[in-house]
Write a protein of this length. Structure first.
Length: 399
Protein backbone atom coordinates (compact mmCIF):
# COMPACT_ATOMS: atom_id res chain seq x y z
CA UNK A 1 0.00 0.00 0.00
CA UNK A 2 2.73 2.47 0.90
CA UNK A 3 4.15 2.09 -2.59
CA UNK A 4 0.86 3.31 -4.06
CA UNK A 5 0.68 6.58 -2.15
CA UNK A 6 1.78 9.92 -3.54
CA UNK A 7 5.13 11.44 -2.49
CA UNK A 8 4.19 14.85 -1.10
CA UNK A 9 6.24 18.04 -1.22
CA UNK A 10 7.56 19.43 2.08
CA UNK A 11 5.33 21.80 4.07
CA UNK A 12 5.75 25.39 2.78
CA UNK A 13 6.82 26.60 6.25
CA UNK A 14 8.07 23.62 8.30
CA UNK A 15 9.89 22.21 5.25
CA UNK A 16 12.20 25.24 5.38
CA UNK A 17 13.61 24.12 8.74
CA UNK A 18 15.21 21.03 7.19
CA UNK A 19 16.32 22.80 4.03
CA UNK A 20 18.00 25.49 6.16
CA UNK A 21 19.70 22.94 8.43
CA UNK A 22 21.20 21.19 5.40
CA UNK A 23 22.55 24.39 3.85
CA UNK A 24 26.32 24.65 4.37
CA UNK A 25 26.55 28.39 3.59
CA UNK A 26 28.15 29.96 6.71
CA UNK A 27 26.28 33.22 6.06
CA UNK A 28 22.82 31.56 5.85
CA UNK A 29 19.86 33.30 7.51
CA UNK A 30 16.58 31.61 8.48
CA UNK A 31 13.58 33.90 8.00
CA UNK A 32 11.18 30.96 7.66
CA UNK A 33 9.22 29.46 10.51
CA UNK A 34 7.80 31.90 13.06
CA UNK A 35 10.05 31.63 16.08
CA UNK A 36 11.48 34.57 17.99
CA UNK A 37 15.25 34.94 17.98
CA UNK A 38 17.45 37.16 20.13
CA UNK A 39 20.41 39.30 19.02
CA UNK A 40 22.61 36.19 18.92
CA UNK A 41 20.17 34.30 16.74
CA UNK A 42 19.04 32.00 19.55
CA UNK A 43 15.49 31.17 20.58
CA UNK A 44 16.02 31.20 24.34
CA UNK A 45 13.73 29.78 27.02
CA UNK A 46 12.10 32.78 28.73
CA UNK A 47 13.35 33.47 32.27
CA UNK A 48 9.77 33.30 33.56
CA UNK A 49 9.40 29.88 31.94
CA UNK A 50 12.66 28.58 33.45
CA UNK A 51 11.58 29.73 36.90
CA UNK A 52 8.13 28.19 36.50
CA UNK A 53 9.69 24.91 35.38
CA UNK A 54 12.01 24.89 38.41
CA UNK A 55 8.97 25.39 40.66
CA UNK A 56 7.07 22.65 38.88
CA UNK A 57 9.88 20.17 39.51
CA UNK A 58 9.43 20.67 43.24
CA UNK A 59 5.62 20.90 43.16
CA UNK A 60 4.52 18.29 40.67
CA UNK A 61 3.28 15.14 42.40
CA UNK A 62 1.64 13.16 39.60
CA UNK A 63 1.52 12.55 35.88
CA UNK A 64 -2.07 11.38 35.74
CA UNK A 65 -4.45 12.61 33.02
CA UNK A 66 -5.53 16.25 33.24
CA UNK A 67 -8.99 15.76 31.65
CA UNK A 68 -10.48 16.69 28.28
CA UNK A 69 -10.54 20.45 28.90
CA UNK A 70 -7.04 20.53 30.36
CA UNK A 71 -5.68 22.26 33.43
CA UNK A 72 -8.27 24.41 35.30
CA UNK A 73 -5.53 26.77 36.57
CA UNK A 74 -4.48 27.42 32.98
CA UNK A 75 -8.08 28.16 31.93
CA UNK A 76 -8.67 30.38 34.96
CA UNK A 77 -5.78 32.64 33.95
CA UNK A 78 -5.99 32.52 30.15
CA UNK A 79 -9.62 33.64 30.03
CA UNK A 80 -8.98 37.06 31.66
CA UNK A 81 -5.78 37.44 29.62
CA UNK A 82 -7.88 37.09 26.47
CA UNK A 83 -11.08 38.89 27.49
CA UNK A 84 -9.77 41.35 30.13
CA UNK A 85 -10.41 41.22 33.87
CA UNK A 86 -13.64 43.21 33.66
CA UNK A 87 -15.17 41.27 30.78
CA UNK A 88 -18.97 40.92 30.76
CA UNK A 89 -18.52 37.67 28.80
CA UNK A 90 -16.75 36.18 31.82
CA UNK A 91 -19.12 37.72 34.35
CA UNK A 92 -22.09 36.26 32.45
CA UNK A 93 -20.40 32.83 32.24
CA UNK A 94 -20.71 32.71 28.48
CA UNK A 95 -17.15 31.55 27.73
CA UNK A 96 -15.64 28.07 27.75
CA UNK A 97 -12.00 27.07 27.30
CA UNK A 98 -10.62 23.75 26.13
CA UNK A 99 -6.86 23.42 26.30
CA UNK A 100 -5.40 22.24 23.00
CA UNK A 101 -2.04 21.15 21.60
CA UNK A 102 -1.01 24.58 20.33
CA UNK A 103 -3.00 27.05 18.24
CA UNK A 104 -3.01 24.47 15.45
CA UNK A 105 -4.63 21.90 17.75
CA UNK A 106 -7.23 24.49 18.76
CA UNK A 107 -8.02 25.20 15.11
CA UNK A 108 -8.41 21.48 14.51
CA UNK A 109 -10.89 21.29 17.41
CA UNK A 110 -12.86 24.15 15.87
CA UNK A 111 -12.78 22.49 12.45
CA UNK A 112 -13.93 19.14 13.84
CA UNK A 113 -16.70 20.86 15.79
CA UNK A 114 -17.91 22.56 12.61
CA UNK A 115 -17.74 19.32 10.65
CA UNK A 116 -19.91 17.58 13.23
CA UNK A 117 -22.42 20.37 13.77
CA UNK A 118 -22.51 22.56 10.67
CA UNK A 119 -21.00 20.58 7.78
CA UNK A 120 -22.83 22.70 5.21
CA UNK A 121 -21.10 25.92 6.24
CA UNK A 122 -18.17 27.45 4.38
CA UNK A 123 -15.23 28.95 6.28
CA UNK A 124 -14.15 32.26 4.72
CA UNK A 125 -10.42 32.87 4.94
CA UNK A 126 -8.33 35.95 4.16
CA UNK A 127 -6.28 35.90 0.97
CA UNK A 128 -3.46 35.40 1.82
CA UNK A 129 -3.44 33.45 5.05
CA UNK A 130 -1.33 30.97 7.02
CA UNK A 131 -1.26 27.98 4.64
CA UNK A 132 -2.11 25.51 7.39
CA UNK A 133 -5.59 27.04 7.67
CA UNK A 134 -6.46 25.42 4.36
CA UNK A 135 -4.87 22.11 5.35
CA UNK A 136 -6.83 21.95 8.61
CA UNK A 137 -10.23 22.54 7.01
CA UNK A 138 -9.38 20.24 4.09
CA UNK A 139 -8.46 17.49 6.55
CA UNK A 140 -11.95 17.45 8.03
CA UNK A 141 -13.76 18.13 4.76
CA UNK A 142 -15.04 21.62 5.55
CA UNK A 143 -15.45 23.90 2.54
CA UNK A 144 -13.47 27.12 2.46
CA UNK A 145 -13.36 30.21 0.28
CA UNK A 146 -11.41 33.47 0.32
CA UNK A 147 -12.11 37.10 1.07
CA UNK A 148 -9.72 39.76 -0.19
CA UNK A 149 -7.13 41.17 2.21
CA UNK A 150 -4.06 42.46 0.43
CA UNK A 151 -3.75 44.25 -2.90
CA UNK A 152 -1.15 42.19 -4.71
CA UNK A 153 -0.13 45.16 -6.90
CA UNK A 154 0.61 47.60 -4.08
CA UNK A 155 1.31 45.03 -1.32
CA UNK A 156 -0.93 46.97 1.08
CA UNK A 157 -4.09 46.07 3.02
CA UNK A 158 -7.09 46.42 0.69
CA UNK A 159 -9.81 47.14 3.23
CA UNK A 160 -12.51 48.20 0.74
CA UNK A 161 -12.07 44.91 -1.14
CA UNK A 162 -12.18 42.99 2.15
CA UNK A 163 -15.45 44.70 3.15
CA UNK A 164 -16.99 44.15 -0.27
CA UNK A 165 -16.21 40.41 -0.03
CA UNK A 166 -17.45 40.08 3.55
CA UNK A 167 -20.76 41.64 2.47
CA UNK A 168 -21.22 38.83 -0.07
CA UNK A 169 -20.77 35.97 2.39
CA UNK A 170 -23.94 33.87 2.78
CA UNK A 171 -25.74 34.41 6.05
CA UNK A 172 -24.59 32.14 8.86
CA UNK A 173 -21.24 31.12 7.38
CA UNK A 174 -17.97 31.20 9.34
CA UNK A 175 -15.35 33.93 8.91
CA UNK A 176 -11.78 33.24 9.98
CA UNK A 177 -10.19 36.48 11.20
CA UNK A 178 -6.67 37.13 12.52
CA UNK A 179 -6.98 39.04 15.81
CA UNK A 180 -3.61 40.79 15.41
CA UNK A 181 -0.25 40.33 13.71
CA UNK A 182 -1.85 38.94 10.56
CA UNK A 183 0.05 35.87 9.39
CA UNK A 184 1.59 36.12 6.78
CA UNK A 185 1.20 39.82 5.95
CA UNK A 186 1.63 41.79 9.19
CA UNK A 187 -1.18 44.14 8.09
CA UNK A 188 -3.71 44.63 10.88
CA UNK A 189 -7.08 46.40 10.98
CA UNK A 190 -7.55 49.66 12.90
CA UNK A 191 -10.18 49.99 15.64
CA UNK A 192 -12.49 51.80 13.21
CA UNK A 193 -12.03 49.04 10.63
CA UNK A 194 -12.88 46.35 13.19
CA UNK A 195 -16.11 48.26 13.92
CA UNK A 196 -17.01 48.03 10.24
CA UNK A 197 -16.26 44.31 10.19
CA UNK A 198 -18.37 43.87 13.31
CA UNK A 199 -21.34 45.59 11.64
CA UNK A 200 -21.18 43.13 8.73
CA UNK A 201 -20.85 40.12 11.04
CA UNK A 202 -23.95 41.33 12.90
CA UNK A 203 -25.95 42.10 9.80
CA UNK A 204 -25.21 38.79 8.08
CA UNK A 205 -25.18 36.74 11.29
CA UNK A 206 -21.73 35.41 10.49
CA UNK A 207 -19.81 33.35 13.04
CA UNK A 208 -16.26 34.64 13.60
CA UNK A 209 -13.47 32.17 14.21
CA UNK A 210 -10.66 34.35 15.52
CA UNK A 211 -7.10 33.07 15.23
CA UNK A 212 -5.24 34.68 18.14
CA UNK A 213 -1.72 33.29 17.94
CA UNK A 214 0.36 36.42 18.57
CA UNK A 215 -1.08 38.20 21.62
CA UNK A 216 1.58 40.64 22.82
CA UNK A 217 3.55 40.84 19.57
CA UNK A 218 1.58 43.66 17.92
CA UNK A 219 1.01 46.58 20.29
CA UNK A 220 0.83 44.87 23.68
CA UNK A 221 -1.07 42.13 25.50
CA UNK A 222 -4.22 44.20 26.06
CA UNK A 223 -4.23 46.22 22.85
CA UNK A 224 -3.78 43.07 20.76
CA UNK A 225 -6.89 41.60 22.36
CA UNK A 226 -9.07 44.59 21.41
CA UNK A 227 -10.75 42.92 18.42
CA UNK A 228 -11.37 39.67 20.32
CA UNK A 229 -12.92 41.65 23.15
CA UNK A 230 -15.03 43.84 20.86
CA UNK A 231 -16.47 40.92 18.91
CA UNK A 232 -17.03 38.79 22.01
CA UNK A 233 -18.90 41.58 23.81
CA UNK A 234 -21.02 42.50 20.80
CA UNK A 235 -21.85 39.15 19.19
CA UNK A 236 -23.83 36.22 20.59
CA UNK A 237 -21.37 33.57 19.41
CA UNK A 238 -17.63 33.67 18.76
CA UNK A 239 -14.91 31.03 18.46
CA UNK A 240 -11.31 31.91 19.37
CA UNK A 241 -8.17 29.83 18.98
CA UNK A 242 -5.36 31.15 21.16
CA UNK A 243 -1.73 30.07 21.32
CA UNK A 244 1.03 30.27 23.93
CA UNK A 245 3.67 29.17 21.43
CA UNK A 246 4.95 32.66 20.67
CA UNK A 247 4.19 34.82 23.70
CA UNK A 248 5.51 32.22 26.17
CA UNK A 249 8.11 30.86 23.72
CA UNK A 250 6.64 27.39 24.33
CA UNK A 251 6.56 26.30 20.70
CA UNK A 252 7.44 22.64 21.19
CA UNK A 253 5.32 22.20 24.31
CA UNK A 254 2.19 22.56 22.14
CA UNK A 255 0.02 24.73 24.32
CA UNK A 256 -3.00 26.67 23.13
CA UNK A 257 -6.73 26.85 23.68
CA UNK A 258 -10.06 26.73 21.96
CA UNK A 259 -12.33 29.35 23.51
CA UNK A 260 -16.01 29.52 22.69
CA UNK A 261 -18.35 32.38 23.56
CA UNK A 262 -22.04 31.41 23.60
CA UNK A 263 -25.28 33.36 23.91
CA UNK A 264 -25.88 32.12 27.44
CA UNK A 265 -24.54 29.63 29.98
CA UNK A 266 -26.77 26.78 28.75
CA UNK A 267 -25.46 27.07 25.21
CA UNK A 268 -21.93 27.41 26.55
CA UNK A 269 -22.30 24.08 28.40
CA UNK A 270 -23.53 22.43 25.19
CA UNK A 271 -20.54 23.75 23.26
CA UNK A 272 -18.22 22.66 26.08
CA UNK A 273 -19.55 19.11 25.96
CA UNK A 274 -18.95 19.05 22.21
CA UNK A 275 -15.35 20.19 22.65
CA UNK A 276 -14.68 17.44 25.22
CA UNK A 277 -15.96 14.89 22.74
CA UNK A 278 -13.96 16.33 19.84
CA UNK A 279 -10.79 16.43 21.95
CA UNK A 280 -11.34 12.84 23.12
CA UNK A 281 -11.59 11.59 19.56
CA UNK A 282 -8.44 13.46 18.54
CA UNK A 283 -5.92 12.91 21.36
CA UNK A 284 -7.96 12.10 24.47
CA UNK A 285 -6.33 14.56 26.90
CA UNK A 286 -4.00 17.44 26.13
CA UNK A 287 -0.35 17.34 27.23
CA UNK A 288 0.20 18.87 30.68
CA UNK A 289 3.64 20.47 30.79
CA UNK A 290 2.94 23.63 28.78
CA UNK A 291 -0.27 24.47 30.59
CA UNK A 292 1.40 23.87 33.96
CA UNK A 293 4.12 26.38 33.02
CA UNK A 294 1.64 28.98 31.80
CA UNK A 295 -0.65 28.50 34.79
CA UNK A 296 2.28 28.80 37.21
CA UNK A 297 3.49 32.02 35.57
CA UNK A 298 0.11 33.71 35.38
CA UNK A 299 -0.85 32.72 38.94
CA UNK A 300 2.30 34.27 40.41
CA UNK A 301 2.45 38.06 40.68
CA UNK A 302 6.22 38.01 40.40
CA UNK A 303 6.46 35.63 37.44
CA UNK A 304 3.54 37.32 35.71
CA UNK A 305 5.35 40.68 35.90
CA UNK A 306 8.58 39.12 34.65
CA UNK A 307 6.76 37.40 31.76
CA UNK A 308 5.00 40.62 30.72
CA UNK A 309 8.33 42.43 30.55
CA UNK A 310 9.79 39.61 28.47
CA UNK A 311 6.88 39.86 26.01
CA UNK A 312 7.43 43.62 25.83
CA UNK A 313 11.13 43.05 25.12
CA UNK A 314 10.41 40.61 22.28
CA UNK A 315 7.89 42.98 20.70
CA UNK A 316 10.12 46.03 21.02
CA UNK A 317 13.07 44.19 19.55
CA UNK A 318 11.03 43.12 16.52
CA UNK A 319 9.81 46.69 16.00
CA UNK A 320 13.38 47.97 16.17
CA UNK A 321 14.44 45.35 13.61
CA UNK A 322 11.64 46.53 11.30
CA UNK A 323 12.96 50.11 11.39
CA UNK A 324 16.55 49.00 10.97
CA UNK A 325 15.64 46.95 7.91
CA UNK A 326 14.14 49.92 6.09
CA UNK A 327 17.05 52.17 7.10
CA UNK A 328 19.58 49.61 5.89
CA UNK A 329 17.85 49.42 2.50
CA UNK A 330 17.91 53.21 2.03
CA UNK A 331 21.39 53.37 0.42
CA UNK A 332 20.16 50.93 -2.23
CA UNK A 333 17.18 53.13 -3.09
CA UNK A 334 14.82 50.50 -1.71
CA UNK A 335 13.46 52.27 1.38
CA UNK A 336 10.19 53.18 -0.31
CA UNK A 337 9.65 49.74 -1.82
CA UNK A 338 10.04 48.13 1.60
CA UNK A 339 8.48 50.92 3.72
CA UNK A 340 5.61 48.53 4.52
CA UNK A 341 7.96 46.48 6.70
CA UNK A 342 8.09 49.31 9.24
CA UNK A 343 4.29 49.70 9.13
CA UNK A 344 3.34 46.05 9.63
CA UNK A 345 2.92 44.39 13.02
CA UNK A 346 3.95 41.17 14.65
CA UNK A 347 6.48 38.56 13.71
CA UNK A 348 5.95 38.54 9.98
CA UNK A 349 6.25 40.83 7.05
CA UNK A 350 4.80 40.30 3.63
CA UNK A 351 7.85 41.76 1.98
CA UNK A 352 6.53 41.99 -1.56
CA UNK A 353 9.45 39.86 -2.78
CA UNK A 354 8.34 37.67 -5.68
CA UNK A 355 8.71 33.85 -5.66
CA UNK A 356 11.63 33.97 -8.12
CA UNK A 357 13.41 36.54 -5.91
CA UNK A 358 12.79 34.36 -2.84
CA UNK A 359 14.20 31.35 -4.73
CA UNK A 360 17.29 33.35 -5.73
CA UNK A 361 17.84 34.53 -2.15
CA UNK A 362 17.78 30.92 -1.01
CA UNK A 363 19.98 29.52 -3.76
CA UNK A 364 22.59 32.25 -4.02
CA UNK A 365 22.68 33.70 -0.51
CA UNK A 366 21.35 30.97 1.83
CA UNK A 367 18.50 33.27 2.91
CA UNK A 368 15.35 31.28 3.61
CA UNK A 369 11.82 32.67 3.69
CA UNK A 370 8.36 31.40 2.70
CA UNK A 371 7.85 31.34 -1.07
CA UNK A 372 5.14 34.01 -0.82
CA UNK A 373 7.76 36.52 0.38
CA UNK A 374 6.83 36.20 4.06
CA UNK A 375 9.82 37.04 6.24
CA UNK A 376 10.15 36.29 9.92
CA UNK A 377 11.40 39.67 11.14
CA UNK A 378 12.88 38.10 14.28
CA UNK A 379 14.99 35.85 12.05
CA UNK A 380 17.72 38.40 11.29
CA UNK A 381 19.82 40.44 13.68
CA UNK A 382 22.06 43.49 13.80
CA UNK A 383 25.07 41.42 12.63
CA UNK A 384 23.59 39.84 9.53
CA UNK A 385 21.29 42.70 8.51
CA UNK A 386 23.88 44.25 6.12
CA UNK A 387 24.31 40.88 4.35
CA UNK A 388 20.53 40.43 4.13
CA UNK A 389 20.00 43.88 2.64
CA UNK A 390 22.87 43.46 0.20
CA UNK A 391 21.31 40.17 -0.96
CA UNK A 392 17.85 41.72 -1.31
CA UNK A 393 19.31 44.63 -3.26
CA UNK A 394 21.03 42.15 -5.53
CA UNK A 395 17.88 40.14 -6.33
CA UNK A 396 15.95 43.40 -6.82
CA UNK A 397 18.53 44.50 -9.39
CA UNK A 398 19.85 47.38 -7.26
CA UNK A 399 23.44 46.26 -6.99
C1 LIG B 1 4.48 30.04 11.32
O1 LIG B 1 3.54 30.51 10.68
O2 LIG B 1 5.65 30.06 10.93
C2 LIG B 1 4.21 29.42 12.66
O3 LIG B 1 2.89 29.64 13.04
C3 LIG B 1 4.61 28.01 12.75
C4 LIG B 1 3.72 27.11 11.97
O4 LIG B 1 3.18 26.18 12.58
O5 LIG B 1 3.56 27.30 10.76
Amino acid sequence: MFGQVELLPADPILGLIEAFNQDTNPLKIDLGVGVYKDALGNTPILKSVREAEALLLTRETTKKYIGSHGDPLFAKHILPLVFGEASSVLAEQRATLTQAPGGTGALRLAADFLRRNAPEKTVWISNPTWPNHYAIFDSVGIKHANYAYVDSETNRLDFPAMLADLKQIPQGDVVLLHACCHNPTGFDLSTAQWQEVLAILQERELLPLIDFAYQGFGEGLDKDAAAVRLLSEQLPEVMITASCSKNFGLYRERIGSFIGVAKNTDDMEKLRSQMASVARANYSNPPAHGSAIVGTILASTELNTLWRSEVDDMRNRINTLRQQFVTALTPYGLAEKFACVAEQQGMFSYSGLKPHEVAQLQKEFGIYMVKTGRMNIAGYNEQNLPYLCQAIASVCGKK
